[in-house]
Design a protein around this ligand. Sequence first.
Ligand SMILES: [Cu+2]
Length: 189
Amino acid sequence: MVYQNVVWVIALVGMGLVALGFLYIISQVGRPADADAVRGINRRSARWRLTLFIILLLGFLGASYGTLHSFPIPAQSGPLAASQVVNVVGRQWSWQMSIEGQPAGDTLHLVTGSPVEFRVTSADVNHGFAIYAPDGRIAIQTQAMPGFDNKILYTFTAPGKYMVRCLEYCGLGHAPMVTEFDVTNPTGG
Ligand SMILES: [Cu+2]
């Protein structure tokens, strides 16, 4: 299932549970209270709340670990073990991308299967650096900020034409601030 649909299901189930709670309370309105029964219910409901809290806490910790431990933004200090390093400079209104150690004018050519480190900075104002995969989804994105090298790691899995767009409004030429590059399989396929 697509993530968006999973979120929908979770939201609808949650809303349904809240609605059921309201319906239950409405159905109890006007009934005389039995003091002993209420004390029993309070004890049981305290146990339930504790159990529910522990379940939610474990779920939160598990989901956080599962979704964040492979976060593509690595520690920003020290060198990374990427086999390809791309220097990215954003400016009003273009992207300059060059492989570390090669002249800036060369065509960018990346390969699948090995991690690429993007070092992203800006020559003027803040920009948003985003790489769109051939299927139109955002593969990675980070800020391009003057005076900072923001590092981001990504391993391309699919060959094809990747598009770079600016995701932070930076003036008149923001929308056409676009470039693209090719990713191929290491064998050249
Ligand atoms: Cu922009």
